[in-house]
Design a protein around this ligand. Structure first.
Ligand SMILES: [Zn+2]
Length: 483
């Protein structure tokens, strides 16, 4: 037994930004690292640190850590570390039942295939394989001597089937209370049980992961071993009030030194060019979360918009007075919605598949209802059809990023103080129920991508309501640019 950390790489450990470590005077980490290296996966110093923690044990032989939390930017170390840990559990400590779950089925199957490839390419490990079961949700690698590694997608099985002697919870940002409620009590009854959480930084609704983070960061974790690589100053750029746009000067998202401190695989498995390309391709908030480790936080003023509160505002009156309208388009331009607002009443005027119907329908509405402005969020998918709408001579108000954030806050505030009503459209209710948010500065915006349904009716309602408010002489300064 050695307490010394060995590594195939000579470079120094990049210390985690936040950590809570268990004593690892006695650990099988080095042996697991060597086994992983044999299988073609030599651990980075950061990965070795995790292995030393997972495989640390007490005098009575029980694991020192019951929970292990690994938070790191995408494509750096998480999944490979899980593979190393599982090699250790299967082939070194010889666990009877290990489960590996991800949020999505696709990721789960990828992990399954990777583990098979890793094992099959290593004769020393491959000869211990008894059978491999491939099936839609029943993926399993079975070894001689009653050892199994089961793969589960949490979207498919809810909280069922996650338990084992050892449990991997990948894509930890998507963990929900229902999973933990099903898992933890069964693990408490299992001797030497361990659960490993792996994730990139959490989203607004990552409550389970946020709880683990808070215990890990403030050292109240007890038997939680916690390591997090993430920029410690979220939302702090050189320019005050930085919007993190591509053109922003002194933005943290372009600061290679800051990125290098948390992307532990930079210049080896991940290149600076890759990071720059990701920065170009991804929305700034997403890039910051996935590659700088900035958590999406719930704004303090953020009140939930519940389906019950929304339903309570249904009425029979339609919009009246001076009408404004807004248009929104779903990702991949799958759906488009037009919403009207007048006199504090919103109404879904039309929602159909695709976008080709928009110009004609909008022109018709503009003429028949004397609509002089359609609000749109130009950075959303509607941006793709803007040239067409402009060519059709439609009057558009482009609502910029900061205005969109205010519009979202205004809609939720209007629901809370009941200054808004609608006509009970099921499309609105479905969108409210399936909507997700992402934080932007001190506020938030609807996240079309993270929502589970088409939220174009809700986004269009938010924009129409905002445009109507700004026209109704409310004490809000509109900052809307007309084309
Ligand atoms: Zn910035």
């Amino acid at each position: 037994m050695r307490a010394v950390t060995v590594s195939a790489h000579s470079r120094a450990l990049i210390e985690p930004t936040f950590s809570h470590l268990v004593g690892a005077a006695q650990t099988l980490g080095p042996e697991v690292g060597e086994l992983a290296a044999l299988a073609g996966l030599p651990p980075d110093p950061e990965q070795q640190l995790v292995l030393d923690q997972v495989f640390a044990f007490e005098r009575d032989g029980s694991p020192s850590a019951f929970e292990v939390g690994i938070i790191a930017p995408r494509q750096n170390l998480k999944t490979a570390t899980l593979k190393m840990i599982n090699i250790g559990w299967l082939f070194l400590t010889e666990e009877r039942l290990v489960t590996w779950s991800s949020h999505e089925f696709k990721t789960t199957v990828e992990a399954f295939r990777d583990m098979i490839e890793l094992i099959e390419s290593t004769p020393h490990l491959d000869r211990e394989v008894k059978s491999i079961q491939r099936g839609n949700g029943d993926e399993c690698i079975e070894l001689f001597g009653d050892r199994r590694l089961l793969f589960k997608a949490r979207t498919k099985g809810g909280g069922r089937g996650l338990t084992g002697n050892k449990t991997n919870l990948d894509e930890g940002y998507a963990l929900r209370e229902i999973h933990m409620g099903a898992l933890l009590p069964t693990m408490a009854a299992t001797p030497n049980a361990q659960v490993v959480y792996a994730s990139s930084a959490g989203m607004v609704d990552s409550d389970v992961l946020r709880g683990i983070r808070d215990r890990g960061r403030d050292g109240t974790g007890g038997r939680l071993a916690y390591v997090e690589w993430g920029d410690p100053n979220p939302n702090v750029c050189q320019g005050e009030d930085c919007g993190h746009e591509l053109a922003a000067v002194g933005c943290a998202l372009d600061d290679m030194d800051r990125l290098a401190r948390v992307n532990t695989a930079l210049d080896r498995r991940i290149t600076r060019d890759t990071l720059r390309a990701m920065r170009q391709a991804m929305p700034p908030e997403e890039f910051a979360r996935e590659f700088l480790g900035w958590w999406d936080e719930r704004a303090t003023t953020d009140t939930d918009l519940s389906a019950a509160d929304w339903s309570a505002l249904a009425g029979s009156a339609g919009p009246s007075g001076r009408l404004v309208m807004a248009v929104d388009v779903a990702p991949s331009q799958a759906w488009s919605s037009i919403v009207a607002c007048g006199n504090g009443v919103i109404e879904l005027v039309d929602r159909r598949r695709g976008t080709s119907w928009l110009p004609e329908r909008m022109a018709d509405l503009a003429e028949r209802h004397n609509v002089d402005t359609f609000a749109v969020d130009p950075v959303g998918p509607v941006g793709g059809v803007l040239p067409e709408l402009e060519r059709a001579g439609l009057p558009l108000a482009l609502v910029d990023g900061k205005e969109s954030v205010r519009a979202c806050g205004a809609l939720v505030a209007a629901v809370a103080d009941k200054s808004l009503s609608h006509r009970g459209e099921p499309e609105f209710l479905a969108a409210v129920g399936g909507s997700s948010r992402r934080s932007v500065g001190d506020g938030w915006k609807w996240s079309r991508k993270d929502s589970t349904v088409d939220i174009s009716p809700l986004v269009a309602a938010t924009l129409a309501h905002w445009l109507w408010l700004s026209r109704a002489g409310e004490p809000i300064t509109p900052d809307i640019y007309f084309v």
